[in-house]
Design a protein around this ligand. Structure first.
Ligand SMILES: Nc1ncnc2c1ncn2[C@@H]1O[C@H](COP(=O)(O)OP(=O)(O)OP(=O)(O)O)[C@@H](O)[C@H]1O
Length: 496
């Protein structure tokens, strides 16, 4: 196939987009529909593209999965025609000085996790996770995953495939998990370990085992030697600590274990800088980002309406809070305070808690944006840093009306202490009740000294960072430095 040829009497080949182990991918203009497509042609004549198109068909409908237009055989070549996408992350990385900014890596990582979770939910492992398999959408705002040529089923019906050794090693050795190097059967964990290496590469600009050029025959062995010997901390040196945790977690997963995608995502979010904006990608300018956020807010609002939630449409309204509270909220933004404030209308629990946080200029703009449009519902808040801590005391003698922090109710603390990983704050039973949060009630009855003491010890002696989920938004991060005398433990959260 050559550029300028007409394929199937219909597709004018306009450029070669990429070529890999199995075939070439071309950009083509469809003379019939006047649309552009990507055509993958199996130059090795092994029908690999047909196999891939069947997997892609199974995955259709998932976010960030390229739409399959058609597939078939032409002479002895198999081909697959899909939605045209933008550049892959590896080309982009090379063009941008080999690295991406931390916050871009967080967005890429979160979206890649979503894509992998979706693929896994369909019973497949991708098996070749690396930056060149992740493509940007044409507007460069979203990450797609492509190339299912090596993908395989890990689950049939409800049964996980059995563990097997002595498997042939395929894919890219640079991103292969240690278990793939050892010839172990691929399962979900391997995709995630590969994703860890991809994140490290995007943050650091190189991987230690790629310093030397190895011959293909010795590549798997030589790379394994470096990868297996190197400690996780040296491999992740220069990266946020969360990346180290990310890699450790993925390496510790058992063959059949279902990965905790939410936990991994919350690690990434915690690694971001304070001014992180969801969906941030360094090549998108700020105006576009605000547009994306507005759209997602609108989407969320529509969803809230669909669930029958009442919403104030008044501009500048914060739901049911009073004008003095609005003023104080604005003041807090101005004063750069980081406070989770409660208001009088706590009957609806955490939904009525207004979050005030001033992080930086971007965050402030976003806060104002939110002030104009949203109902003050926590799930809608973007770019806000929130502190949720377990306080013995609510308010203070001098200012009893001030309620600087939320006190999780006893069941929440108990669940945290029992080592439970997730605390779902979106269900009413777990939302702190009015009485517990009313400053006048003084010490919340349920939080007795013993519970606080035990919880404190538990948090200090272990590395447990319980996840607080609100409306499916993971909002957790344990902040070890923030354990003050009166606090049991503090969770620094980013709600996104
Ligand atoms: N839908 C698409 N739109 C635009 N470019 C694409 C598309 N699909 C693939 N490409 C480009 O072609 C490259 C190779 O595609 P793909 O990974 O599917 O082929 P492959 O032969 O399996 O490659 P490899 O052996 O390197 O994994 C991608 O990295 C990407 O840059």
């Amino acid at each position: 196939m050559q550029v300028n040829e007409i394929f199937l009497d219909r597709y004018h080949i306009t450029a070669l987009l990429g070529s890999g182990g199995f075939g070439n991918v071309y950009k083509a203009y469809d003379l019939k529909s006047n649309q552009e497509f990507a055509i993958k042609i199996d130059v090795k004549k092994r029908n690999q593209t047909l196999v891939e198109s069947k997997i892609l068909l199974d995955l259709q409908g998932g976010e960030g999965i390229p739409k399959l237009h058609t597939a078939g055989k032409y002479a002895d070549l198999s081909y697959m025609i899909t939605e045209l996408l933008g550049p892959n992350l590896n080309t982009l990385r090379e063009d941008r000085g080999k690295k991406f900014q931390l916050n871009s890596v967080v967005t890429i990582g979160c979206q890649a996790l979503d894509r992998l979770e979706y693929i896994h939910s369909k019973g497949y492992c991708h098996k070749d996770v690396k930056p060149s398999q992740f493509l940007l959408s044409l507007d460069k705002k979203k990450i797609y995953v492509c190339d299912f040529g090596l993908s395989c089923k890990y689950i049939y019906g409800n049964s996980h495939i059995p563990f097997r050794g002595h498997c042939s090693r395929v894919g890219s050795p640079s991103f292969a998990s240690l278990n793939l190097h050892l010839g172990f059967q691929c399962s979900r964990r391997d995709d995630l370990e590969s994703l860890s290496y991809m994140l490290i590469l995007m943050l650091k600009g190189s991987l230690p085992w790629n310093q030397n050029k190895f011959e293909y025959a010795e590549k798997w062995q030589s790379i394994y030697g470096v990868k297996a010997r190197m400690s996780i901390s040296s491999l992740c040196s220069g990266c946020p600590a969360e990346i180290e945790k990310f890699l450790s977690y993925t390496r510790e997963l058992k063959f059949e274990e279902k990965p905790d995608y939410r936990y991994l995502k919350s690690l990434l979010i915690s690694a971001a800088t304070v001014d992180y904006a969801p969906e941030y990608l360094e090549w998108i300018n700020l105006d576009e980002l605000i547009e994306i956020k507005k759209k997602s807010k609108k989407h969320h609002r529509n969803k809230s309406f669909a669930h029958g939630e009442k919403e104030s449409e008044e501009n500048g309204s914060f739901g049911s809070i009073s004008s003095s509270q609005k003023r104080s909220r604005r003041k807090n933004i101005k004063n750069k305070t980081l406070i989770l404030k409660h208001n009088e209308g706590l009957k609806e629990g955490i939904r009525k808690v207004s979050t005030v946080s001033r992080l930086d200029k971007t965050a402030e703009n976003s806060s104002n944006e939110k002030n104009k449009n949203s109902s003050g519902e926590l799930g809608l808040i973007v770019l806000h840093k929130v502190k949720i801590s377990m306080h013995r005391k609510m308010g203070s003698e001098e200012n009893p009306n001030e309620c600087p922090q939320i006190t999780p109710s006893e069941p929440i603390i108990r669940r945290m202490m029992s080592g439970l990983h997730e605390i779902d704050m979106s269900t009413t039973t777990q939302i702190p009740q009015v009485d517990e949060l009313t400053p006048k009630s003084g010490l919340p009855q349920l939080l007795d000294r013993k519970i606080l003491k035990d919880a404190k010890e538990k948090f200090q002696e272990t590395e447990i960072a319980p996840k607080i989920i609100y409306n499916n938004y993971p909002i957790t991060r344990k902040d070890e430095n923030d354990v003050s005398r009166n606090n049991v433990s503090c969770e620094k959260c980013i709600i996104y």
